[in-house]
Design a protein around this ligand. Sequence first.
Ligand code: FES
Length: 172
Amino acid sequence: MSTPITLQVNRMRQDVSVPKETTLLHVLRNDLALNSPKYGCGLGECGACTVLVDGIAARACVIPAHGVAGRSVTTLEGLGTLAALHPVQQAFIDEQAAQCGYCLSGVVMMTVALLSRVPHPTDAQIRSELSGNLCRCGAHLEIIKAVHRAACYLEHPAAQCAAQPPQAVSAA
Ligand code: FES
């Protein structure tokens, strides 16, 4: 049986009516046509569905939509626009930190959450934070470089942010 809820998604009020067990990921993709959060495992293990709930990274595939009623949900679509990308999005482009792109939305959202708590993370902190976001392509070193670049973009004009090599050379 469907019951109505109101969500705040990307700063807009959204009224939907769904069963209690419907996941946030299902509502975002199927009811609101927000396709950046991806369905990977459906078990909270791969990170492809990562969004922000009240600014904290969360796995949308295991969160009931009713559980976040009234709370602020942000997807990749809510970060920036094509004309004005979010600094983290720009950093990932500039470091070419994507191959197939399936995991990328989740990685970017995790990065936004990380940098909001730790403005200058070490390689070890980045690896730890992103260890739950599975990427099968192997863009791992570029992802670490992109997080460092994003940290710089959030504080300085882009022209001041030279490419920053990762502190360690092994893959995440
Ligand atoms: Fe949600 Fe894998 S689809 S963690």
